[in-house]
Design a protein around this ligand. Structure first.
Ligand SMILES: Cc1cc2nc3c(=O)[nH]c(=O)nc-3n(C[C@H](O)[C@H](O)[C@H](O)COP(=O)(O)OP(=O)(O)OC[C@H]3O[C@@H](n4cnc5c(N)ncnc54)[C@H](O)[C@@H]3O)c2cc1C
Length: 420
């Protein structure tokens, strides 16, 4: 695409050389391997083992893990660009790393030194896979209503409950699990707490069972599962940030620089910390939206130039040309908003507003553009022989996951209307 028509106009100017090299390598791999192979894997709902292995080689499982623990420690802007490239090829690839990196973010930012030293190095290589488990059958947006319980028994907690929508749950060896510690805990604190639950990858591990794999209309190839916990025992030192009794001394500030656990260690801080880590998730989902929207736009332009109707390429019909102009404009705006949120996160600013806006706009843009691309493809858009049908099935997830569009509007309006 020439400079005039380039929908990525910031490239070559605003980013560092190292970041551009990473993106160039990834872009080549996406074009040469992911684009040709992903539709068949997706339709078969087959896990992309070879692609995941290549992502391990690229170091992507450690993308945002600090270098001190073996990760790449990418800044948020570069991370957003990585996710955008992966999603341009196949959105599920971004899902393979996202909940893993949310789990790692929780550990690096709020974990004790022991927790960081133990879990982050194998997570950075991808040998240990993480997942994030907040949602339940009866609570999603209203996360504070979760029911999963963790009751202390000596040096352990006994977990009971059912978790829903756990992406990467079966393959994971560590779960960032949100559960409620009841009143009366000897730490003097209670409430929703994050546990680092170690498990053996697979369907059963101790009292944990992957009770069902959810069949999805899109975002296929990687597993999203229901997980049941029946009297599953977790050592107290696996409370994220410490349990306030046994290991408070081993905690030091993580990469967030001092969101102290306070009395009770991490007990009762789980939801607040999870919501903070989800800001990374929202930038990830916004970047996924940009990637899918880019793929839809590219497919629409290519098709509109070669498909003829009424004696000329359909791109020469003004209705189609205007549609492409609108698509490019929305795509450009979504990208700028996503990079803006990422830049603010890099500058250490609060990003609930910027990440919420970017996630809202980019995910809705992906949904709109995937339908636009399908319209431009006519009947072929409805066929599995063209990838636009996959974009159309993948895009709606982004208006649901990491907080629905309605919840983003709540977050945005609260930030805008907060009393001084
Ligand atoms: C494929 C997939 C993968 C997922 N992966 C994970 C994962 O790895 N880990 C995890 O913990 N969760 C995961 N989720 C769960 C996801 O985060 C939730 O689905 C999402 O937060 C919405 O919750 P819900 O499905 O319970 O919908 P509900 O909360 O029941 O919402 C239903 C509708 O009501 C609206 N609504 C709710 N409250 C309000 C309000 N106050 N004002 C206005 N409207 C409102 C919502 O916007 C939505 O339109 C995944 C979901 C999907 C589909």
């Amino acid at each position: 695409m020439d400079a005039q028509g380039d929908t990525r106009p910031l490239e070559g100017a605003a980013f560092g050389e190292v970041a551009d090299e990473i993106i160039d390598t990834l872009r080549r791999w996406v074009d040469e391997v992911v684009v040709p192979e992903s539709s068949a894997l997706e339709l078969a709902d087959e896990y992309p083992s070879a692609m995941a292995a290549q992502m391990e080689d690229f170091g992507l499982f450690g993308a945002t893990i600090p270098e001190s623990h073996g990760g790449l420690d990418l800044d948020h802007v570069t991370y957003a660009r990585v996710i955008e490239e992966l999603s341009r090829g196949w959105m599920s690839l971004a899902g393979i790393v996202n909940s893993h990196l949310i789990c790692a973010k929780l550990i690096s930012r709020f974990g004790t030194d022991d927790q960081r030293d133990r879990s982050l190095p194998p997570m950075a290589t991808g040998k240990l896979r993480g997942c994030f488990s907040l949602s339940e059958p009866d609570s999603g947006s209203d996360a504070g209503a979760l029911r999963c319980r963790a009751v202390r028994d000596g040096d352990e907690f006994v977990i009971n409950g059912t978790k829903m929508w756990v992406t990467n749950g079966e393959r994971a060896g560590i779960v960032a699990l949100l559960a409620r510690v009841p009143e009366g805990d000897p730490s003097g604190s209670s409430g929703i707490t994050c546990f680092l639950v170690d498990k053996t990858p697979g369907k059963h591990s101790g009292g944990i069972t992957v009770s069902r794999k959810i069949d999805k209309i899109g975002y296929r190839g990687l597993e999203t599962v229901e997980m049941s916990y029946v009297d599953h025992r977790v050592p107290a030192d696996r409370v994220l940030g410490g349990d306030g009794l046994t290991d408070a001394a081993s905690r030091s500030d993580g990469d967030g620089g001092g969101d102290g656990a306070g009395h009770g260690g991490g007990i009762g801080n789980g939801l607040r910390w999870a919501l903070a880590a989800l800001e990374l998730g929202r930038i990830n989902v916004a970047a996924r939206g940009v990637g899918v929207a880019q793929a839809a736009y590219d497919a629409a332009v290519a098709y509109a130039k070669q498909r003829e109707a009424f004696g000329k390429p359909i791109a020469k019909h003004q209705a189609i040309a205007f549609k492409i102009a609108e698509m490019a404009t929305k795509l450009h705006a979504a990208r700028l908003m996503t990079y803006d949120a990422a830049r603010k996160a890099d500058a250490g600013e609060r990003v609930d507003l910027a990440a919420g806006m970017a996630k809202l706009f980019a995910s809705e843009t992906a949904a709109e553009l995937s339908l636009d691309a399908m319209r431009i493809h006519g009947g072929n858009g409805f066929s599995t022989e063209y990838p636009v049908e996959r974009y159309y099935r993948d895009a709606p997830l982004m208006i649901i996951g990491e907080g629905t569009s309605e919840i983003q509007k709540l977050v945005i309006s609260r930030a805008l209307l907060a009393d001084d």
